[in-house]
Every structure is written in structure tokens, then in C-alpha cells.
Design a protein around this ligand. Sequence first.
Ligand code: SF4
Length: 279
Amino acid sequence: MRTIPAQTVIDKVAEMCISANRELPEDVMASFRKGQEEEENPAAKEVFRQLIENAEMSKDTGLPLCQDCGLAVFFVEMGEEARVEGMGIRQAINEGMVKGYQEGYLRKSSCDPFTRKNTGDNGPAIIHFDLVPGDKIKIWMMAKGGGSENMSRVMMFPPAAGWKGLREFIINRVAEAGPNPCPPILVGVGIGGNFELAAINSKKALLRELDDKHADPEVAKLEEEVLAAINKLNVGPMGLGGKNTCLAVKIAVAPCHLASLPLAVNIQCHSARHKEVVL
Ligand code: SF4
């Protein structure tokens, strides 16, 4: 059994929260540069220029990429032969998140759903655990803003809906969302599983590299097909029209009940902030 001090988890999580909110992943930056080149609509070109400038300023000044620093979502792969010493891993991740949001001057967006009173520390962190073989702990942190999350949906289809029904729902969802999720967006799709698994898978799918290909060539084809259809909608960057409504579609598939065909569509805004660490 390998032991990792809780303080290491706290410090690493705090660092991830701060750096995720100040620095976009390189694949997202590359997609902005590509979008700027591709767009013919001057307004769309200008949006990409501003997104690049905003990201560079954030990196240089340490100011957050967006005023909405998001709810902090974590995916954890916990090695069966690893343990955290000093406190439970859930508590350590939460303490690290609180420290990061405090020390990084990041906006705390978490509130009571009824009174709307701010919890004051952006907590509790939303954490999804998977047990995996080995003695390492891998943690992904994602800062998920409210605007794009509000445009996301879970839908329980009858099996007869088939791919045609799912495809139509995903594309209509993006069309109806329009400028609200701050496009250009990423679309995470969970197909199969059950109600909650589809939603979790749709969000986890957003952690894939933008230009990677799904391991199953049939699913990779569906991702390309939906991406092309979304980009014909002409929503464009910030809803001003253009070729780049969506930068990538990522689909996760899981077996489901005979009677159901679950679908989750998780929309991610252009501020696709995430980091990962292996302890
Ligand atoms: S949707 Fe994204 S870019 Fe838009 S305000 Fe929210 S976090 Fe910021």
C-alpha cells in the first residue's frame, strides 16, 4: 500500500484550481487560432482574436479567464493500493479546492438552491471516484461555468429513437442554446448507461484532447458527423454567426437497460478549463 500525505493532495488540488482558471489547455488555444484563420465573418474572426487575447492576458496577469470561475468538478481514479494519510481523500480534495479558490482570488459560485445564499467557499467540491488497479491517484479538475451547464440536458429515450433520434436531439439542443453557453462550445455526449451514468460520462468525455479520435472508429464517425452538422447551424462564436459553433464533439458509450436509451448532452463553453495531476 502506497501512502500519500493529505497535505500533498491539498496543495496539488489548490494549484490545479488556480492554474486551470488562469491558463487554457494548449489544444483549446490551438483551436482558437485555427478558428480565427478559418472564419470569413469579420465578427467571428474578431471574437477569436479576443478569446486569444483574453487567454494570453490571463496567463500573464494571473487574472481569471472568466468572471465565472465555475463549480469545481473532480474526476478521481483511485488506485486500489494507494491511500491518503491524515484525512479522507474527499476532505483533502475539498480543502484543496477551498484553498485554491481563496488564494487565487477566484469567484465562489456555489450557493444554497433555495435561499441562494453563497456557501462562501465554492464548496462542496463535486467529486466522482473510480477505483482502479495500481498505487497512484489521478485527479482531473474542471472549472464548470453556469452558463454552459444550464444548457445541458439528460433525456431518457425509448430504444426505438435510435441514433436518428439522439442525433436530432443533440443538434437541436445546440441550436436552441444559441449564444447562451458562450460559443464556440465543446459538446460532451453520454449515450447509454442509466440516468446518472449518462450525465457523468458526458462530462468526463469533455476531458479528452480536442483532436483525439475515439478508439471505436464507428463512434469516431458519429462524432465527426454531429460536429459537422452543428457547425452548419451558423450560431458561430458568441452567437454572431460563423463556421465555428463547436470545436469538438466527444461521445462516451455504455451498455444500457433493454427498455431505455439514455442520452446526456453536456455543453462546455469556450473557456474549457481543466487540469490533471498524478500523485
Ligand atoms: S459560459 Fe463559460 S465563458 Fe460564459 S460566462 Fe460562463 S464560464 Fe464564462
